[in-house]
Design a protein around this ligand. Structure first.
Ligand code: PLP
Length: 385
């Protein structure tokens, strides 16, 4: 038997050149207004692989990384990444010692959290570098207007605490002209003044991808893009020359010629209306292909879009190929970079009534192989050896 390397049954393919291209655009925008770029790699790099994305981002001009949890930050450290990392959210009672020892910077939202972080810093003989979060109107995490003055005063006076920055997050960044943005910015600027009056000289950061691309006036000292790093537009309908970095692909397992009038897949919700060739593709809802997209899904196969027909099953789907000859093993793209009509994650999101963030972040699945293209070794001061 020949020893041909088998391609995975289903794979998420990550294009790190696309990541570098997108970070180049974002870091270029930031640099034009004197800001640096913290690339957000939480949730395993929005499903793309946090360490690979972090390395590519640092190669392309990012200087810091943002994650949700200390655990995520430590994964980056264990992956050899020495760049500044901010971990912005914790559950009460989480152990901070390892994060502090690894120099992970922490988001702090309240005086209670400040006390906890300070106690951990003193206990571990470190200084905690913290980013104080002010809630300017998203009404999610962060100190509200009543707590903010107390938080900044306490932070300025607490042993074991070094305030690196104050920060906030926008509620309507994907709608760049929305009036709430101006209101949030006013609160943010006032909060900064309160911090200065308390004797702090912090950096400021507010901008996500949308604000990085559309509001240079909101870059402050640092921007925190996430979704645009992955090539997905943060503002519906505008591309910004971003290149989607993730594709979901499988291959044709077998084809069969089927006469007109045959019911296809569970429940026979679709019937052939003519004699046709059906391709069996071994990827289903356990691999991230939503069953609810039954009857609404196209794939890219043998040079064109073709409809998935009949129910999406746990392990497989059927594709109608008409009278075309389709080879066993032919590549099937469920979504990709959109070039030439290839379906996109954004298109899936629209059909599902969700956002593309959820599609790509949901592609971390035990049965789906992640194949990464374009790895280049990270060198220099940002590497831990
Ligand atoms: C605090 C914070 N900053 C920045 C980002 C990046 O946002 P985006 O992916 O829209 O660029 C996120 C993502 O949700 C976030 O939670």
């Amino acid at each position: 038997m020949s020893a041909m390397a088998a391609r995975p049954r289903v794979e998420v393919v990550i294009d790190l050149d696309a990541i570098r291209h997108n970070v180049g655009i974002l870091a270029g925008c930031a640099a034009a207004s004197g800001a640096v770029t913290m690339v957000v790699v939480k949730a395993d790099g929005y499903g793309h692989g946090a360490i690979d994305v972090a390395e590519a981002a640092l190669q392309a001009g990012a200087s810091a990384l943002g994650v949700c949890s200390v655990e995520e930050a430590l994964e980056l450290r264990h992956g050899g990444i020495g760049a500044p990392v901010l971990a912005w959210l914790r559950a009460p009672g989480e152990d901070l010692a390892a994060g502090l020892a690894a120099g992970v910077e922490l988001g702090v939202y309240s005086t209670g959290q400040l006390d906890t972080v300070a106690a951990a810093a003193v206990a571990t003989g470190t200084t905690a570098r913290v980013h104080l979060k002010v809630d300017t109107g998203l009404t999610r995490g962060g100190a509200g207007p009543d707590e903010w003055p107390g938080l900044v005063r306490a932070a300025a006076a607490t042993r074991g605490i070094e305030v690196v920055a104050i920060w906030s997050h926008l509620a309507h960044a994907d709608d760049p002209g929305h009036p709430i943005i101006e209101q949030q910015v006013r609160y943010f600027d006032q909060a900064y003044q309160v911090a200065r009056d308390a004797g702090l000289r912090p950096l400021r950061h507010l901008a996500n991808s949308a604000a990085t691309l559309t509001r240079p006036d909101l870059h402050y000292d640092l921007v925190r893009p996430g979704i645009a790093v992955y090539g997905l537009s943060p503002v519906p309908g505008v591309g910004y020359h971003l290149v989607p970095a993730m594709s979901l692909r499988s291959q044709v397992a077998m084809t069969k010629r089927v006469p007109a009038g045959e019911g296809v897949s569970y429940g026979h919700v679709w019937h052939t209306d003519r004699e046709t060739t059906l391709a069996l593709v071994p990827a289903g809802y356990a691999d991230g292909v939503p069953r609810v997209l039954t009857g609404r899904l196209d794939v890219w196969l043998a040079g064109r879009r073709r409809p998935v027909v009949g129910r999406v099953c746990m392990d497989q789907v059927m594709v109608d190929c008409g009278d075309d000859t389709v080879a066993q093993g032919a590549e099937v793209l469920f979504f990709g970079n959109g070039h030439g009509g290839v379906p996109t994650a954004a298109e899936w999101a629209d059909k599902l009534g969700t956002i593309h963030y959820e599609i790509v972040a949901g592609m971390v699945r035990p049965r789906v192989t992640r194949t990464v293209h374009g790895r280049r070794p990270l060198t220099g001061a940002l590497v831990i050896r």
